[in-house]
Every structure is written in structure tokens, then in C-alpha cells.
Design a protein around this ligand. Structure first.
Ligand SMILES: [Zn+2]
Length: 307
């Protein structure tokens, strides 16, 4: 039996029960006043336009569903289709395009596009704790993708969008961000913000790592320009592996992405990488982890800069 045949992917009431179980493990919580007592379920009644999943709070008398205050709140598709979308994005290694999603869910392309961005927002990790504490190794490297501005030049990357990624080799977690440039004034503050001073830092010989590297417990350099890739523990091969999944996904599945939206795609690739099977996270728990991320984040048409 395919996992997609589960009731919560097809039946709206089952979908609400599924999401409630994930977000309210101890019972419903009023998003308006935080109350947990005297909350009553309102029986759905399509004739009187009473929606599925509606509750009324005793203390503040307001109504709510489990979607209030989450990135799903104003989504224009039924919750069971939203759950299908989350499952599909969590279980496909390189992601799933809005075109595919539009066909599978039988919703408009624009709706599918927006649904995907909501889910990416849920996948965005609010983790700010510095990586590589207790002397761990944090690889840092950058990659280039798409086109940021200007005409493409041969063997140059100035026109491309620049991405900086860090991987903590102990916890096997990735953190990626879009950067405007690779100047020595841009990269060091990001490393200082995201890495513990006790961390050991392997990088290539790029100039923007040279000075800031001295601020960490150790800075090992491999000279990629001289085809030197591994010197003992000093290498950026874990990141190379990550970049290859990211690039294959971006080229094969998403194809076009503007600089304004790339950080959301990075959140998606970081999420799948950080919740991958090799770390003991299966498809079902990955979907659950993504659902836990819908709380406390909102995404509106304005903040996506499109539509
Ligand atoms: Zn209340």
C-alpha cells in the first residue's frame, strides 16, 4: 500500500486530525489567547458553511482551526492536498517542480508555486546556534548558480548568484545562504556569526577565508587551484557532495530561480539534507518535521515578491 493512500492525503477531516495530532500533542491550544481549557469542537456543517476543524475557545470566545498562525493559514487549497505537497517535497531527493505539483494536485500552476514556497518557509531552520562547538570541523565553501545580473562571461562567475554553505562534519548539518559577493568584507561576518570560535575550518585557498580563518581554532587549506583536494582531515568534500545534490536539483527540477527566491530553495535543500535517511530520518518523520515548522511563520503574497 502506497503511503499516499493514507486517509489524511484524501479526506479533509482526516487531514485536520493528522495536523492537530502533530501540532497539538496535548490537545487544542487557542492561538488567540493561548488557552487550553474549555475548548470545544464545532461540528462541521457545509450547509451553514461551518468548516472542518473549527474550534471555539471558552475563555476568549474566538474561533480557530489548527492552521491559524501557520504558513498554511491562508493557503487556497484543501489541507489534504497541502499534506500531499509536503509529503512529495519531503520524499523526493531533488525536490518537485511546481509544474509536477500542479498536475498531481490538480490545482493551478500559480497555486502550486505558492504552495511550494509556503512549505519551503516551513522547512526554513531558525537555528542560529554556532556550528562546530567543542572543536568540531566545519567546512565552508561557495558555489555559483543561475544568473544574478549582467551578461555571462566565459569562465567567470561574476554574473551568477553566489551561495555560501557550511557543513558541520560532526552533526552532519548544512546551513546555506545567498551572498551578494565574495569580498573579504562579506564572508567573514557570516562565518563569525555561524561558527564557534572553537571550530576547525577547512576551506580552499580563496582569499576571503585567509584572515578570518585565523580567528578559529584551526584553519586548514587545500589548494584546489593546484589540484590538491585532501590533506588528512582538511578537505571540503562533504560540501562538494551537498552542492552536487543542490545543483542537480536546481538544474533538473527547478530550472529557473531568481536571486530573490533562492534562499527558500536553499532552505528546502538544507532541510532534506539535515533530515536525511543516513541520519535515521525516514520519509514519514521528515514530513512530520516539516509540519512542525509551519508554526509561527507566515508567508504572504507580499513577502514572496510575486503574484
Ligand atoms: Zn482563546
Amino acid at each position: 500500500m502506497s503511503i499516499l493512500s493514507k486517509p489524511h492525503f484524501h479526506d479533509e477531516a482526516a487531514a485536520f486530525e493528522f495536523l492537530e495530532a502533530a501540532l497539538w500533542p496535548e490537545g487544542p491550544v487557542c492561538p488567540h489567547c493561548g488557552g487550553k481549557d474549555r475548548i470545544s469542537k464545532i461540528k462541521p456543517n457545509p450547509e451553514k458553511r461551518v468548516r472542518v476543524g473549527l474550534y471555539k475557545c471558552g475563555p476568549c470566545a474566538k474561533q480557530f482551526t489548527v492552521k491559524v498562525g501557520t504558513v498554511f493559514e491562508h493557503a487556497r487549497i484543501p489541507l489534504h492536498k497541502m499534506l500531499q505537497a509536503v509529503h512529495l517535497m519531503c520524499s523526493s531527493k531533488k525536490g518537485i517542480s511546481s509544474h509536477q505539483l500542479h498536475r498531481i494536485l490538480e490545482v493551478q500552476y500559480k497555486t502550486a508555486w505558492f504552495v511550494e514556497h509556503r512549505i519551503r518557509e516551513a522547512m526554513r531552520d531558525g537555528q542560529l546556534a554556532p556550528m562546530g562547538g567543542a572543536g568540531g570541523i566545519v567546512e565552508a565553501d561557495e558555489t555559483f548558480i543561475g544568473r544574478a545580473s549582467g551578461k555571462p562571461k566565459k569562465r567567470a562567475y561574476h554574473h551568477k548568484i553566489k551561495v555560501l554553505s557550511l557543513i558541520d562534519r560532526e552533526t552532519k548539518q548544512a546551513r546555506s545562504m545567498v551572498v551578494d559577493d565574495l569580498k573579504p568584507s562579506t564572508i567573514p561576518p557570516i562565518l563569525r556569526e555561524n561558527m564557534s570560535r572553537e571550530a576547525r575550518l577547512p576551506t580552499d585557498e580563496a582569499g576571503h577565508y585567509l584572515h578570518v580563518g585565523k580567528e578559529f581554532a584551526d584553519h586548514g587549506i587545500v589548494r584546489h587551484g593546484q589540484e590538491e583536494y585532501v590533506v588528512g582531515e582538511v578537505h571540503t568534500n562533504t560540501l562538494e557532495g551537498y552542492f552536487s545534490i543542490f545543483k542537480r536539483g536546481m538544474k533538473g527540477v527547478y530550472q529557473h530561480c531568481s536571486k530573490a527566491h533562492l534562499h527558500r530553495y536553499l532552505a528546502e535543500f538544507d532541510f532534506r539534507y539535515n533530515h536525511r535517511i543516513a541520519l535515521g530520518v525516514d520519509h514519514v518523520s521528515r514530513t512530520r518535521n516539516a509540519l512542525l515548522g509551519i508554526k509561527g511563520k507566515r508567508l504572504t503574497y507580499q513577502t514572496t515578491g510575486r503574484l
